[in-house]
Design a binder for this molecule. Sequence first.
Ligand code: MF3
Ligand code: CO
Ligand code: CO
Length: 258
Amino acid sequence: MPIPIKTPAELETMRRSCVLAADVLVMIAPHVKVGVTTHELDQICHDFIVENKAIPSCLNYKGYPKSICTSVNHVVCHGIPDNYRLREGDIVNVDVTTYLEGFHGDNSKTYLVGKTSRAAREIVAAAEEAMWAGIRAVKAGGNFGDIGYAVQTFVESKGFSVVREYGGHGIGRVFHEDPHVMHFGRKGTGPKLLPGMVFTVEPMVNQGKREVILLDDDWTVETEDGKLSAQFEHTIAVHEDKVEILTFPSSYTGSRFI
Ligand code: MF3
Ligand code: CO
Ligand code: CO
């Protein structure tokens, strides 16, 4: 399938869905505390999304049972909210996708719970910086491989590793559409980056080895070596001469373009 190009009108609607997804991450931040269950976080996010006239894209997506993903410590992605109570020192990625006015908006962030170890803070900081390194590599006329190269180079320079089995994705009227955005690779390879393309950059960065395992629930992905993994995600749009971060919250007053 060709990579969809969004019209200015479609982009305008996508902005609203993406800002709502970002607002969920701001809203949930004060709830991500020692003692809260990931199920409670899911309920709070679900209610907020529905109150804002949207639908949580994850709920029932390919049979996924909850409204958000909560991936704690060595869980890489797609952690299913349950009765686990967050503990002092945990890291937890909250991944929120909203469906509003016919379009999806997708973002995630890894939160620190209480007092964390330096090692935990370092992997979280590296994951966030890796996402930005990928976003900064986006330029109309360039290639998707430029993103993967930038992420991989940064992550490996820190002595961490990048997960290869999962990546970013085009997004719009469809939650996961073409292309698949790899967080590793070579400059100048892959499809061309063109104005009107909208996709996510969401590297999963492992403290140890890059290998992952899929649990029997068919969703939860964990590091094979049991070490930490962290992730950040934005939905972005390519313009002729700039890149727009669609998933900044409504409270954000800085520039949405880089
Ligand atoms: N939001 C995730 C992503 O970044 C996908 C979650 S799919 C789900 O692509 F079904 F697990 F929710
Ligand atoms: Co996501
Ligand atoms: Co995504």
